[in-house]
Design a protein around this ligand. Structure first.
Ligand SMILES: Cc1cc2nc3c(=O)[nH]c(=O)nc-3n(C[C@H](O)[C@H](O)[C@H](O)COP(=O)(O)OP(=O)(O)OC[C@H]3O[C@@H](n4cnc5c(N)ncnc54)[C@H](O)[C@@H]3O)c2cc1C
Length: 396
């Protein structure tokens, strides 16, 4: 029925979908705005059904080779004394790798039989009964059977087909920044962070402790800045953490020298329908749960598995898209709910709440409560049962 499928975005969701589409005999093309696969960013983790999706792709062992092997996250006071800690499952899920390493694995697995177009972006999509006519910033116009937006929380495809971001974006009152910095604290497979009301500054080691990621959260109503204006984003971060104690001045200094500064609002994308005609959204583009959920990468991988499987097994794309939405809805809802509750624990709003949180974290590390963290951290992760689409695999 449908053969030629254009995917916008070559991060996690896009290449994962391309992988499955090739396996089912489709012909995917991936267009990415960046000039090459984008490395950098923070550690991403997999929980529950996402591990099964990796296993079914046959890449679980390869991805495991990049495991960060992160241990506990320690919470320290302004003097650097530990006042609480969480086990690895809270920040690192069941398997954690650096986002750039995952992107590399997915790209390498697909680049030989998938057409990748870098340095370009879709400018218009015109749907008709027999296809979608697409124009690009640089390349010549082309016809596709379907278009998939896997282009992140600020999705271009979503804006072009479904409407302005404001219609679907729910700001959770917080901002996040992640940057690669020197591991000057000498952290060894465990992170360290410090809270003041509405602020969290932290560091965790990466690449076998040879470097670190500075992880900063702060609460704020919606701020005014350009998405590509990193100078202004750095200024907002510095203002938010001005006058903070512990290691914050030094960490801000390290971030100034970082090669890969990342800054964004903590936002969820909520859409009643994330498919329309010949267009579907995937991953953060359609249902971003925000980094607070710990489920962004899992949602992207599971979404890619389900969308490709439904396209392979249905008689037409309308049926496939309806089933994709149905299969994903409960899982998305659970992931969104998981994020909503996490914010007040990660970035408490008052000193009393910080003390209460730390007391809880000390208590919950005691033996009688040993399963608590795992239960909470994996609550949403298994709310979907992956169907078996193996019968639709085509010979290469
Ligand atoms: C460089 C980078 C660093 C990140 N670092 C962090 C981090 O530190 N913390 C965090 O919580 N989350 C981070 N994320 C987001 C996180 O990776 C996603 O939440 C998760 O992996 C879901 O993946 P996704 O593929 O749906 O979306 P994303 O990983 O956001 O990927 C979207 C892709 O679409 C591309 N794209 C965007 N617009 C267009 C366009 N107009 N045309 C073509 N392509 C387009 C982007 O360049 C990107 O490659 C980062 C994302 C990127 C791109």
């Amino acid at each position: 029925m449908t053969k030629n499928i254009l995917i916008s975005g070559a991060s996690v969701a896009g290449p994962a979908l391309a992988f499955w589409l090739r396996r089912y005999g489709f012909n995917p093309t991936v267009v990415e705005r960046a000039p090459a696969p984008r490395e950098g960013g923070y550690a991403v983790d997999f929980r529950g059904a996402a591990l099964e999706a990796l296993a079914r792709m046959g890449i679980l062992d390869e991805v495991k080779q990049y495991a960060t092997q992160m241990g506990d996250m320690d919470y320290v006071n302004s003097a650097g004394k530990r006042v609480g800690s969480t086990p690895p499952v809270v920040f690192s899920g069941e398997l954690e790798v650096l986002r750039g390493d995952l992107v590399k694995v997915l790209y390498e697995r697909t680049r030989h039989d998938v057409e990748y177009i870098f340095n370009d972006s879709i400018t218009s999509i015109t749907q008709s009964g027999h296809g979608a006519a697409v124009t690009f910033e640089r390349g010549a116009p082309r016809e596709f059977d379907l278009v998939i937006g896997a282009d992140g929380v600020h999705s271009n495809v979503r804006s072009l087909v479904f409407g302005a971001e404001e219609k679907f974006a729910h700001h959770l009152g917080m901002y996040v920044s992640v940057s690669t910095v020197a591991n000057y604290l000498g952290l060894e497979y465990r992170g360290r962070c410090h809270n003041t009301p509405g602020r969290m500054a932290g560091m965790y080691p990466a690449r076998g402790n040879t470097e670190a990621k500075a992880l900063m959260f702060f609460t704020a109503d919606e701020l005014d800045y350009g998405r590509r204006d990193t100078a202004r984003q750095r200024e907002l971060l510095n203002t938010a953490f001005a006058g903070e104690g512990w290691e914050v001045p030094r960490i801000l200094d390290e971030i100034r020298r970082s090669p890969d500064f990342y800054f964004d609002s903590i936002t969820q994308i909520k859409m009643e329908h994330f498919t329309h005609g010949r267009v579907a959204l995937l991953g953060d583009a359609g249902y971003c749960a925000s980094p607070l959920s710990g489920m962004g990468t899992s949602l992207a991988l599971v979404g890619a598995y389900v969308l490709a499987g439904e396209l392979a097994s249905a008689v037409d794309h309308q049926t496939a898209f309806a089933r994709y939405e149905d299969e994903m809805r409960g899982y998305i809802k659970a992931c969104h709910a998981q994020a909503a509750g996490a914010g007040m624990w990660l970035v408490p709003g008052s000193n009393a709440m910080i003390r209460f949180r730390n007391w809880n974290y000390r208590l919950l590390r005691l033996k009688p409560f040993s399963g608590f963290f795992t239960k909470v951290a994996l609550k949403a992760a298994n709310t979907i049962r992956l169907k078996d689409y193996a019968a639709f695999t085509r010979a290469a």
